[in-house]
Design a protein around this ligand. Sequence first.
Ligand code: T46
Length: 139
Amino acid sequence: MIEPYIINFPKIGNSVQGYISVAENENLPFKVNRIYWTYFTPESVERGGHSHYELEQILVAVAGKIIVNTEVISVVRHQFILDNPNIGLYIPKMTWRTMKYSHNAVQMCIASIVYDEKDYIRDYKTFIKNGNKRSPIQS
Ligand code: T46
């Protein structure tokens, strides 16, 4: 079982000029097929509440703070605080997750596959029951 873990991206620069962080092949655990970002999420809202059969992701709080709760195969639970633009959270397939955001948070998601609603498990009981079943998007 693979569990979520933090990735430290290179931080190039200094406090006078500012910094650049880089995500490229050698520091990513999968081939990238999609990047999207989430912003202006009200602090009262919890996003996520789903798992994915195949999708692997890395979440980065490029601004603000994100609290991510994860659960792998309904047993192993972790909480991660993302509040630094040079760290990312790797989320493996079959991980239930919820996220809360500070008012200024911008979440970048680096994703292993293109969007497909059939890859989602949006019902928690189905996640627990079907956690180990094969993806409906595989042939
Ligand atoms: C995740 C967390 C971290 C699209 O049409 N295309 C897309 O590429 C995406 C990502 C979403 N959508 C649509 C599908 C839904 O109608 O946008 C709506 C909200 O998507 P979702 O329920 O996935 O939103 P979040 O913020 O709960 O979750 C997102 C990721 O989609 C998800 O994989 O793990 O961020």
